[in-house]
Write a protein that binds this ligand. Sequence first.
Ligand code: PEP
Ligand code: MG
Length: 597
Amino acid sequence: MVEGGRTGERVLRGIPVSPGVSRGKILVLSPPSEQVIVKQHVCEDDVPHQIHRLEQALVDTRHEILEVQRQVSEGLGAEDASIFDAHLLVLEDPTLIEEVSRIITEEKVTAEYAFKQVADKYTKTLSSIDDEYLRERAADMRDVTSRLLHKLVGHTEEMDLRKLSEPCLIISYDLSPSRTALLDRKMVLGFATDVGSKTSHTAIMARSLRIPAVVGLQHASRDLTSGAYALLDGYNGLIIINPTDQTLFEYGQLVRRHVTLEEKLQEVQDKPAVSLDGTRIVLSANVEQSSDAEAVIACGAEGVGLFRTEYLFINRETLPTEDEQFASYSQVAAALKPNPVIIRTLDLGGDKFLSHLQVPQEMNPFLGWRAIRFCLQQREIFRNQLRAILRASVHGNVKLMYPMISCLDELIQANKLVEEYMQELRTEGVPFDGGIEIGVMIEIPSAALAADSLAKRCKFFSIGTNDLIQYSLAIDRLNEKIAHLYEPTNPAILRLIKMTVDAAHKHGIWVGVCGEVAGDPIMTPLLLGLGVDELSVTPPILPQIKFLIRRLKMADARELAEFGLQSESGAEVLGRAEAYVRQVAPSLLEEQNRSQL
Ligand code: PEP
Ligand code: MG
């Protein structure tokens, strides 16, 4: 985060993840150290695991603090960095660690609960002593507690964001995708978080809800206080506290330009997505819930390219039944008939969890028990969902898609289960579409490399670039510190996409892209030039992509893609792609790059 700006105002710079400008009072959600950790008992056998979690969290927190210390030392000097010595001492305090371990063992509670008990007691004692030095130590204790609890449980804010009394800009350390999904659009004018990146599910949700958002602000939730007046610029990733009249004037102009663009986009609403030289591209929408069907129709999409079914499963105490899922899937299918609706099977794990499923914490959730891996082992959950999708298939043009396929064997296993449940439904006399098309998400490098054998056994591919880029470039999609390394134009990524497209076309199947790059205008010519047949994007962005497709030539797009495949630098490819989009549709990029701030 860089701070700067004009007199009277303060600018915090993060990562823009959801476009739009909003202004209002800010509401800072309480930092994690002030959160309630519910007392949860564990069984005797789980005690060693809890002790292990504690030890691991201590080690991880220590590494984190050492890293902060190193950065501060580089930036401000060793003296300032020495304040973190006190934090490290807290983590090494044998009395504290022994006491936490004793509580876990004797009371049979979780590591986080035991740690919070002891830490709160220490903090209270230290802050009540009339000695400035010791009061400082209480602040250290709070800081360390917050970091350590974050390692153990992530963040669970207490405030119910559905019950806000006035419109505001939310500032928070983090917002889970499930909480973002619950935000009230009328009350939440925008939000900004300390962590996150463009492809975190929280960011995807913000775009889908059309809430302007900025992530990766690093310390905003600590530095800002509720009640201040601010402007949030979701185009450029800025929070401007106390904006001056000049800034407000400039933003007024920017919003007016945006309105002009919206009018131009309206003109292509009912027109097809055809390039100037006559190539037709299918534009579909990504949805998260059945109520999104209206938005799909309104934005002019030709169906749903990705229905993320996880959101049916989160924010509730129990799993959705087969009937409930059937109702949701068939509602979307019927609303969009005859256009296709691609229903992706459950992609839990990573940054999407169910609190009631008791999925064990993992060191690397994105590399862990996620998506198809989870479903192939949780047969009952998978069965309910597959049966619901199959049953919904008679109400419209339903297609089925598996997430996170890493090898042929997973596709074969999943297909076998589909066959088995089809047989069950046949026996029960329940109707379904026996010819339902099944597709595979290509989002793991091994799947792109094995695309040839996968293509022989499915009807379509959809490239999940969010994960494909995350796994290929080894960039955690939630980590704001490395978000700048996330590079869709990296030639390695372009080659994986090309390999996937070539394998698909060789076997006569189509290939789409449903990751966030499908909705990034700068990527559009590259993707089309690589031979992608379909783009599936969040509904609010779709008109922009169509507008651009209608202004570009496939011949140029192919040339650009060829350049990208041969290039040795993602930055060089980005420069060329951006220059091309500026040339054919300059108004699409006007909101970005407010370099004067
Ligand atoms: C992707 O990985 O690109 C994708 C579309 O899936 P998700 O973002 O839900 O992981
Ligand atoms: Mg994915």
